[in-house]
Design a protein around this ligand. Sequence first.
Ligand code: FES
Length: 137
Amino acid sequence: MPEEAEAVAGPPAIVTICTTCRAPGVAREEAPGLRMLAAVAAAAEGLDGVAVRPTQCLGLCKRACTVSISGEGRYVFLFGDLDPDADAEAVVAMARSCAAAPYGFVAWKDRPEALRKGMIARVPPPGWSPEDGGAPA
Ligand code: FES
């Protein structure tokens, strides 16, 4: 992962954070996704190419904290099991890399360490359909 994200081209990478999932007995206002949302928003403040928003569910309810990174014409990455107290900077770094990469694709080796083990899915954008189905080089 480069220290400095490359120049951002096109629409922003959108970080969507579930603020709802939590262990049984944990109050809604104590959901770890709320801490993740605040930490990611703080880490992304003033940066180009990253938009941050909450959602009520990403369909990964047993894998909190859950986060997606997407954007117009970009791959969708889904992550789970993230630590709201440690992984916000990694989420923002990944979003910045997605914003700068063709089709938003960031290879595994270029992803922040914290996001490598938590990745659940990567879905190519509608406009990405090479004959062999391969990812962008
Ligand atoms: S409630 Fe968070 S992913 Fe479903």
